[in-house]
Design a protein around this ligand. Structure first.
Ligand SMILES: NC(=O)c1ccc[n+]([C@@H]2O[C@H](COP(=O)([O-])OP(=O)(O)OC[C@H]3O[C@@H](n4cnc5c(N)ncnc54)[C@H](O)[C@@H]3O)[C@@H](O)[C@H]2O)c1
Length: 314
């Protein structure tokens, strides 16, 4: 049997691909998820599934007594707007939920934690772009503040209890199984509208940029982060890795590329710019290449085609 791995949020978009990648690496995977946004059918048959909330005593006990060597933490409340409307709920799930699991890890002597952080929210708006891991941290939402605080808690647990902790700071992840109703999934939203022949809504002038990384590449970064030796702990950035492509794509260009991938010219509707939307977002990924041996492999056009194929069948 392979390494015993617990993946929270494994019924969700990114987490389910992380499950696939760990299974492919020969690991023995358990998923913990409350199915609030995740789907049971995203979890492959044969994978042990625990239906629980990350804030529950049951989740803490599972981490403490499950005999896992690795906790991969993807469960989260993902909605930035909801975090602004209800920061207590956001911190309850995203920060206190993590602490609950870390207390289990401390009790159970688990070795390593890989955490899904976000380059789109911990760095804020200032740059300089493309962003290095050491760039200033200026979260502009409670969601971002909780992600950054989570990284500090992880570093504190590493320092106090010798837990090995890694934070992966994703750019904008896209690909199959992404829901189209959230605000984060521009590719999923555009894809569904395009296939229905509906207009794509572009907020503002459409020149805002994103760093779009394909989900299976992100999943591979998780497996790499679960295995590689880590540098000595020296602040949160020592064990943080940007996971993106370093390629900047404007929303206008994305609409064009998706039209090309779908073989139809997209109809575009323009709407007023949304408050709080980042004008620019792009991450350097040299550190992950150097220290994790990881690089994004999927060209945007190929990833978009695969995503559209999935959406057409979903
Ligand atoms: N999608 C992106 O572009 C992106 C970018 C940066 C970071 N992330 C991070 O990656 C992780 C996964 O995001 P995603 O896009 O796959 O979202 P998602 O909503 O598809 O996945 C989140 C999963 O967590 C589960 N969950 C939510 N609250 C829970 C709780 N209280 N207890 C147990 N399970 C719970 C949901 O049911 C879902 O399966 C999150 O931590 C997110 O912050 C995602």
């Amino acid at each position: 049997m392979g390494r015993k791995v617990l993946i929270t949020g494994g019924a969700g978009f990114v987490g389910s691909h992380v499950v696939d990648a760990h299974l492919a690496a020969g690991d023995d995977v358990t998923v913990l998820d409350d199915l609030s946004t995740g789907r049971r059918e995203n979890i492959p048959a044969g994978v042990r599934f625990v239906h629980a909330d990350v804030r529950s005593p049951e989740a803490r006990e599972l981490v403490a007594r499950g005999g896992f060597v690795l906790l991969n933490h993807h469960a989260a409340q993902m909605d930035v707007r909801r975090s602004v409307a209800d920061p207590l709920f956001d911190a309850g799930v995203n920060l206190v939920g993590l602490l609950n699991l870390l207390e289990g890890a401390r009790a159970g002597g688990l070795r390593r934690v890989v955490f899904a952080s976000s380059g789109g929210v911990v760095y804020g708006e200032r740059g300089p772009f493309p962003l290095l891991e050491t760039a200033a941290k200026l979260p502009v939402s409670p969601y971002g503040a909780a992600k950054l605080a989570s990284e500090y808690y992880l570093a504190t647990y590493a320092h106090l209890f010798g837990l090995e902790t890694v934070a992966l700071r994703y750019s904008n992840v896209y690909g199959p199984r992404q829901r189209g109703d959230g605000e984060a999934g521009v590719v999923a939203i555009f894809g569904r509208r395009l296939l229905k022949g509906e207009a794509l809504t572009i907020f503002g002038d459409g020149e805002q940029t994103r760093d779009l990384v394909y989900v299976t590449d992100v999943a591979e970064a998780n497996v790499a982060a679960s295995r590689r030796p880590l540098a000595p702990l020296d602040g949160i950035d020592a064990h943080a890795f940007n996971v993106g492509t370093a390629v900047e794509t404007s929303v206008n260009r994305l609409a064009e590329l998706m039209g090309a991938a779908a073989g139809r010219a997209p109809q575009v509707a323009h709407a007023a710019a949304r408050a709080g939307e980042l004008p620019r977002s792009v991450l350097t990924v040299d550190k992950a290449a150097r220290e994790l041996g990881w690089r994004p492999r999927t060209a945007l056009a190929d990833g978009l085609r695969a995503t559209l194929r999935f959406l057409a069948e979903d």
